[in-house]
Design a protein around this ligand. Sequence first.
Ligand SMILES: Cc1cc2nc3c(=O)[nH]c(=O)nc-3n(C[C@H](O)[C@H](O)[C@H](O)COP(=O)(O)O)c2cc1C
Length: 211
Amino acid sequence: MSILGIRISYNDRSNLLLEENITVKEPFNLFSKWYQDAVNNPSIIEPNAACLATATKEGIPSARFVLCKGYDSNGFKFFTHYTSRKGQEIVRIEGVASKLPFSDADEYFHSRPYQSQIGALCSDQSKPIEGRHILWQREVELKQQYSEGNVPRPEQWGGYNITPKSIEFWQGQTDRIHDRIKFRRPKEGEIVDNKYCFVGENNWIYERLCP
Ligand SMILES: Cc1cc2nc3c(=O)[nH]c(=O)nc-3n(C[C@H](O)[C@H](O)[C@H](O)COP(=O)(O)O)c2cc1C
């Protein structure tokens, strides 16, 4: 099959994302429903994988996957090395991302399997390295130094919470006229016109975007 011809079917017209079928007009509740659908779908192997995009001060973007490790009405959490590229960019520039307390990082770090803990400690994330053999060497040394249950959290490894300003729900349709419903916080002084934009719950407003 040519790469040009790859085109899977999405939803047919009996399954549209319509405003009237969104029972709670608030994005966290809707996210929770969609996330549960993903969890219950056996073909989705890592339903909590999320693409995280950041940018440098100069506006050069980069994106990578992380695993979302929690969400609630305050936002979405993930854990990483604060010294990594994303860690540097996100803290300097993105006002909406905040570091979680180290107590959260400790709690999650100590719940991880031994090899994941060693893996985090092995890595000076995002820095160039001579070869994999250096990491293997570090692994052996660290395992000699720390037995299971005694691995300390790396000092610069922790969590972030992203407080969203907007959340978009995209539903693919086979006819390629896709659904896009975007929830966002109103801009200062913005008047909701009930034509393009509608009042949701918990201070969210929502609008339909062209696909
Ligand atoms: C599915 C998937 C999940 C990942 N989850 C994480 C994660 O939760 N935290 C993390 O630091 N890196 C995670 N990674 C690795 C990152 O994508 C990335 O390689 C690494 O964090 C360095 O990113 P940076 O140099 O852009 O900061 C994951 C990779 C994949 C493919």
